[in-house]
Design a binder for this molecule. Structure first.
Ligand code: COA
Length: 377
């Protein structure tokens, strides 16, 4: 019999088993491969987190050294990919488009049919793509990767052209760990659907970038920060946010399909941002953001009672990445620099227990049309 029950947005539908992360939207908890996100994000290096996701355990010291080297050796891009980024910079394309184009071109020097190698290359090279593109777009030469630096430190060095401060490295590392994986979100689902057809990991991560680009998924941090800047002063927060809600607009950085309490990642990132801004000696923007957040949550409860609209990960992402000196257009690509580890881990998991993902649609179109009845002409 043809199933007819429709679940819009597949909300609540269970489509996979995973050992990678557990999102409890009612309790506001996120477990990443067994660890509460608060613990993992603040302590692990990004390399340790990637190893954990791919192997379901933390590495020994020797394994970690080896894994860091394996990633560091694979950072450089084929010259044709740099040419492509140069062309994208000439056309001033959004950074997410440049990342999608370059990710798709990574097959140029990678062996076919080797998922582990593709996964390593994707994780290792995403930062090089984003940082190279950021510099090319400013008319600067890309900074070559430095294999002596860790993953996060090297990304910042390639972006800024100078060695980053340890507080900045810790801030970025905390961010990348926080966003590394998050259940069966839209981009991860996209990646799993692609590999479930027997396709390869590079195709999957390229498709996932496309899914992440949309403002309902990963595209919100830029607008969230714009909103804080537009507000500018604490006393303007309430009238500004009220006007938006009265006009039926959505407040970027608030609301989540799964979390109905505060997203635990928002707290981890708020704390990391506070530490970073404290280090830099300027807490004004951080304090303003806190005030905007509190006001927004209060007004959302007033305008959308019963919806439990709370701060999501994008709000503090914006603040943290801005504090690291990133342009808003690089926020979502930097999210991808972290999330690509989760995408690849899901792809490897899907390949181990594969069944093609193929849901159904309920046909609601016309029936009984006849070709002979079409309008003449
Ligand atoms: N600002 C104002 N109202 C919001 C809102 C927001 N950020 N998020 C949801 N709502 C309202 C909707 O307008 C809707 O109200 P209605 O029933 O009166 O029409 C209600 O809350 C439910 O919204 P819905 O779109 O069904 O929720 P969802 O689970 O499908 O959406 C998001 C989740 C994330 C897409 C949504 O909250 C949103 O658009 N947030 C802003 C963008 C953002 O921050 N994205 C990053 C997510 S990590």
């Amino acid at each position: 019999m043809t199933p007819t029950t429709l679940t819009p947005g597949l909300e609540g539908v269970v489509a996979a088993e995973t050992r990678l992360s557990r999102v409890d939207g009612q309790a506001g908890e996120l477990i990443i491969a067994g660890f509460p996100v608060e613990e993992l994000a603040a302590h692990a290096s990004f390399e340790e987190t990637v190893f954990l996701l791919w192997n379901d355990r933390l590495p020994s010291p020797q394994e970690l050294t080896h894994f860091r080297q394996a990633l560091a050796q694979r950072r450089a891009l084929p010259s044709a990919v740099l040419d492509l980024l140069e062309a994208a910079a000439q056309a001033q394309l959004p950074a997410m488009d440049a990342l999608r184009m370059a990710a798709g071109a990574l097959s140029l020097d990678l062996p076919e049919g080797n998922p582990q190698e593709q996964a390593l290359a994707a994780v290792a090279r995403f930062p090089t793509i984003v940082a190279s593109y950021a510099r090319l777009r400013q008319g600067l030469s890309p900074v070559p990767p430095d294999p002596a630096l860790g993953h996060a430190a090297n990304y910042l060095a390639m972006l800024g052209g100078e060695p980053p401060h340890p507080a900045q490295v810790r801030g970025l590392e905390t961010y990348l760990n926080t966003v590394v994986d998050h259940g069966l979100n839209a981009s991860t689902f996209t990646a799993r659907v692609i590999v479930s057809t027997g396709s390869d990991i590079l195709s999957a991560v390229t498709g996932a970038i496309g899914a992440l680009k949309g403002p309902l998924h990963g595209g919100a941090p830029g607008p969230a920060l714009d909103m804080v800047f537009q507000i500018g002063r604490a006393e303007r927060a309430e009238p500004f946010l009220r006007a938006k809600l009265e006009a039926g607009e959505r407040l970027m950085g608030f609301g989540h399909r799964v979390y109905k309490v505060r997203d635990p990642r928002a707290e981890v990132l708020a704390e990391a941002a506070a530490r970073m801004f404290q280090e830099s000696g300027d807490m004004a923007l951080y304090r303003l953001a806190r005030h905007v957040e509190q006001t927004a949550v209060r007004l959302l409860a007033e305008y959308k009672p019963g919806r439990n609209l709370q701060t999501n990960v994008e709000f503090y992402t914006a603040l943290l990445l801005h504090g690291l000196g990133l342009e808003p257009d690089l926020f979502t690509p930097t999210f991808a620099v972290g999330r690509v580890a989760g995408w690849t881990a899901h792809c490897l998991e899907q390949q181990r227990q594969n069944r093609i993902i193929r849901p159904r649609a309920v046909y609601v179109g016309a029936v009984g049309r006849r070709w002979a009845d079409r309008a003449p002409g």
